[in-house]
Design a protein around this ligand. Structure first.
Ligand SMILES: Nc1ncnc2c1ncn2[C@@H]1O[C@H](COP(=O)(O)OP(=O)(O)OP(=O)(O)O)[C@@H](O)[C@H]1O
Length: 300
């Protein structure tokens, strides 16, 4: 199976260590969400994959062997700093990029039209990029990353600043590309979106991967957790040996128990008053992120 593998990447900018042994793998047809605080090392990692930046040490492999320039040409990349020519018309831009990647004139024209249509910017093909709204420029940017039918997609914050409809359009395209076998890696600070869209997630902190796995794996807890919307007086918990409150917000309480199917929790809560909602609770990706990423990093 073709996979993109990053092993032990290190990179320093002068004294500042941006990557410190980052290792992860994105398999064929997988959508991998790359998350971390500002300055954690996501863009640096992606630039190394692209080859626009050299690592100090470590390897990038594609299909089990060191990635080559030729492989890198088959990456669709959306850089953080974007990079469309503002004065060029959308059509010319997309066709130019497709031609640069080896498509014929007719092939480039067809691909530009197809991706503009898919991303909802077909009516803007004749406009200069700078005349488009930022969200539409971003759609064109994704079209630019896709126009040469890449075998790998590397997207640096493709969802930032998009309205919900554009988020849906872009999510649909990423799902469709991954279903076609393309490994997709994208960075984002929109963790609910990452949770919804990704097969696997990697959390980077200070240049190291601190958690990597499927959403289900990462959200798994050793002990069962329950969410109760009901009695506000925590006295009812005394009836449950080993139970402890993880969080409380008004009448919403999250409880961890030693084991069981939660029926004892429900009974105890009902004995204390009305229960409006009850069910199992698992930490969200946002909870996990807060847990593993220390706040001091945001000031790097
Ligand atoms: N060209 C550069 N020169 C010096 N330091 C840099 C350079 N580029 C990045 N850094 C530093 O390397 C670290 C990692 O930065 P990087 O841009 O990879 O993080 P990031 O996870 O993409 O952050 P963000 O979420 O803010 O985009 C940061 O401490 C940053 O200040």
């Amino acid at each position: 199976m073709t996979a993109l593998e990053l092993e032990n990447l290190t990179k320093s900018y002068g004294e500042r260590k941006a990557l410190d042994g980052a290792t992860f793998r994105v398999g064929a047809g997988e959508i991998f969400g790359f998350v971390g605080s500002n300055g954690a090392g996501k863009t640096t990692t992606m630039r190394i994959v692209l080859g626009v930046l050299a690592a100090d040490a470590g390897d990038v492999r594609w299909d089990g062997r060191p990635i080559t320039l030729d492989d890198r040409r088959r990456i669709g990349y959306m850089p953080e700093e974007r990079g469309l020519y503002p004065k060029m018309r959308v059509r010319d831009q997309l066709e130019y990029l497709a031609r640069l990647h080896g498509l014929t004139t007719a092939g480039a024209r067809a691909a530009a039209a197809r991706w503009a249509e898919t991303l909802g910017v077909a009516e803007r093909l004749g406009d200069e990029v700078q005349k488009l709204s930022l969200g539409n420029q971003q759609r064109v940017q994704l079209a630019a990353a896709l126009v040469h039918e890449p075998e790998i997609l590397v997207l640096d914050e493709p969802f930032s600043g998009l309205d919900p409809v554009a988020v849906d359009v872009m999510s649909g395209v990423l799902r469709e590309r991954s279903a076609a076998g393309v490994p997709v890696i994208f960075s984002s600070h929109q963790l609910e979106l990452v949770e919804r869209l990704c097969d696997r997630v990697g959390i980077i902190k200070s240049g190291r991967m601190v958690a990597t796995g499927s959403i289900a794996d990462l959200r798994h807890t050793d002990r069962p957790r329950w969410e109760v919307v009901g009695p506000t007086d925590p006295g009812w918990l005394a009836a449950l040996p080993g139970a402890r409150v993880l969080s409380r917000d008004g009448d919403r309480t999250v409880i961890e128990t030693l084991d069981g199917d939660g029926q004892d929790v429900l009974r105890a809560a009902l004995a204390a008053g009305a229960v409006h909602e009850f069910g199992p609770s698992r930490p969200s990706l946002t909870d996990l992120f807060r847990h593993v990423v220390a706040t001091e990093e945001t000031s790097r």
